[in-house]
Design a protein around this ligand. Structure first.
Ligand SMILES: [Zn+2]
Length: 151
């Protein structure tokens, strides 16, 4: 299984090289208001690109006073990680729930990460006929897209 980095657009080949991060908007009294901008990015401590794809915490704080949070992909791809993501959903932690739902789909629905960037084009090309809300395809449709792209 490979994932696509939201920062550089290149594949993340090993689960140990992935990192899930997001930002938290802080209120005037230092209270957290909501989270946003969740991403899956490279985290390769042993590579020369070390940290190159991750949020620069000092910079995001300087620009917006947002705090960044992160945990490894291996955790979020596990059942306990799914529980944590579902808890964030239950707590309405994210300003836009869809970005949290998208991460849950990417990490826990088979074939979704491989096919998701091609869904719109696949529908336009008639690879499958959508019968659900856009972004919520079933497994047969995801497999059809993977066959079509060869990925
Ligand atoms: Zn990257």
């Amino acid at each position: 299984m490979t994932w696509t980095c939201d920062s550089c657009g290149q594949p993340i080949y090993n689960i140990q090289d992935g990192w899930v991060e997001w930002l938290t908007r802080m209120g005037p009294n230092g209270e957290s208001l909501y989270s946003h901008s969740m991403r899956l990015v490279h985290h390769m401590p042993s590579s020369p690109q070390r940290g190159g794809c991750q949020y620069d915490g000092h910079r995001t704080y300087a620009v917006s006073k947002d705090l960044n949070s992160d945990l490894d992909l291996e955790f979020f791809a596990s059942p306990d990680g799914l529980t944590d993501l579902l808890q964030k959903l239950s707590d309405n932690e994210f300003h836009n729930q869809e970005e949290l739902i998208e991460m849950i789909k990417r990490l826990h629905l088979p074939n979704y990460e491989e096919a998701r960037l091609y869904l719109t084009e696949a529908v336009a090309q008639g690879v499958f006929e959508p019968n659900s809300k856009p972004g919520y395809p079933h497994q047969g449709q995801l497999l059809a897209v993977r066959r079509w792209t060869g990925i």
